[in-house]
Design a protein around this ligand. Structure first.
Ligand code: PLP
Length: 428
């Protein structure tokens, strides 16, 4: 299936039914699995045979959907998680622990920022945040001997910064660590980070991949290209025996393409259990089947709304990398030649108050914390998702206090623009 084009993988990847089998991916709604002998079961617990032991670790429905996403990203293996947050946490905790350090872009999702700066810090993992446009010297200075990974977002939520993936990949690799990229906003339809040297990709599948506001979920995909043994001293969890599985060494037993995801399943899912339910995996797959049809429309609507807003006298600034005036237009052309996403952010003249009047007057676009849905929605980050951040942190994340993030759905762009125009009319 991975020989096929992306559109075909979206529709048919991950699952090929045999004669007389269900056409749609079956929902295996079972917590447990049955074995003929204790020895058969024992082999699973020693990671010696493939199969399912318990649905806290893995499930056949999830595995088929994960296989589809792995193929879409051009990776070797993937795991579904219960949320995007769980995917981000696992992607880092799989290779870093107490006493380790991570370099992260400062322009990241607010929930990810809290996870890193507060919760994972309490676990003893230190983060250095660097601006996406920092100088080479600043990026270089962020690394420490105990740095285990670099993290960023292809298109930052909500700052809409396009990250120079090649540059960050080169910096990470020069220090012998992988680059982990949250590809939620771009989706593999608009950017495949592995083609630019990225090693691990995560997604909040809650967003475009699901696309219908139906199920919270996440995924981690491994490119299968990072050589853990080449930097064995940095990644003992992958390159030395795991006593909790009779001394299996993941990078040896499962190879370069399988080690990361197998360890993630065998250890982190076993111990934390943030697995996606098979029912949610089924919904996610319905979304994936049309992702390649939906994304171009989200981009068309985003572009039209951005072009309308940028000319409007009540709008101070518009951020959308599809606008030639945008700071990230050139990087967008390089990494997102077919379009970025449907999310546009803009600042209304009059700050917080004007933003509030505008949003109250919208009729089609609903006020939601959500983004990347078939239905247009919007929010003011400083008053909601990012309200825990100080003004300095907001500024570092590229979020003015009066910013509005609008996620353009799949409605008619003409109706969306009319709705925005009448709501702007109400702003005095
Ligand atoms: C929403 C989001 C997340 C968190 O995902 P959840 O599924 O809500 O846990 C992470 N990264 C980005 C870019 C997001 O937009």
């Amino acid at each position: 299936m991975s020989d096929h084009r992306l559109e075909t993988i979206c529709v048919q990847g991950g699952y090929t039914p045999g004669n007389g089998e269900p056409r749609q991916i079956p929902i295996i709604q079972s917590t447990t699995y049955k074995y003929d002998t204790s020895e058969d079961m024992g082999k699973l617990f020693d990671l010696e045979s493939d199969g399912y032991m318990y649905s806290r670790l893995s499930n056949p429905t999830n595995d088929r959907v994960a296989a589809k996403i792995a193929a879409m990203e051009g990776g070797t293996a993937a795991i579904l998680t219960s949320s995007g947050q769980a995917a981000t946490f696992y992607s880092i905790f799989n290779i870093a622990g107490c006493g380790d350090h991570i370099v992260s872009c400062s322009t990241i999702y607010g929930g990810t920022f809290n996870l890193f700066a507060v919760t994972m810090k309490r676990m003893g993992i230190d983060f250095t945040f660097v601006a996406p446009d920092c100088t080479d010297a600043e990026l270089e200075a962020a690394f420490r001997p105990n740095t285990k990974a670099v993290f960023g977002e292809t298109i930052a939520n909500p700052a809409l910064v396009v990250l120079d993936l090649e540059r960050f990949a080169n910096a990470a690799h020069a220090h012998g660590v992988p680059l982990i990229i949250d590809n939620t906003f771009a989706t593999p339809i608009n950017c495949r980070p592995f083609e630019w040297g990225v090693d691990i990709v995560t997604h909040s599948t809650t967003k475009y991949m699901d696309g219908h506001g139906t199920a919270v979920g996440g995924v981690i995909v491994d490119s299968g290209k990072f050589d853990w043994f080449a930097h064995a001293d940095k990644f003992p969890g992958l390159t030395t025996p795991d006593e909790s599985y009779h001394g299996v060494t993941y990078a040896e037993r499962f190879g370069i393409g399988g080690a990361f995801i197998t360890k993630c399943t065998a250890q982190l899912m076993r111990d934390f259990g943030s697995i996606q339910s098979p029912q949610n995996a089924f919904y996610l797959n319905l979304g994936l089947e049309s992702l390649h049809v939906r994304m171009p429309r989200h981009c068309e609507n985003g572009q039209a709304v951005a072009e309308f807003l940028v000319k409007h006298p009540k709008v101070k600034a518009v951020t959308y990398c599809g606008l030639p005036t945008d700071k990230y237009y050139e990087l967008g052309k390089k990494y997102l030649p077919n379009g970025s996403c449907g999310v546009v952010s803009f600042e209304i003249k009059g700050g917080r108050e004007a933003a509030s009047v505008f949003m109250k007057n919208l009729k089609l676009a609903a006020i939601e914390t959500h983004v990347a849905d078939a239905r247009t929605c919007c929010l003011a980050p400083a008053a909601s998702t990012h309200r825990q951040m100080t003004d300095e942190q907001l500024a570092a994340a590229g979020i003015p206090a009066g910013l509005i993030r609008m996620s353009c759905g799949l409605e008619s762009k003409y109706d969306l623009i009319e709705d925005i125009a009448q709501a702007l009319e109400a702003v005095k």
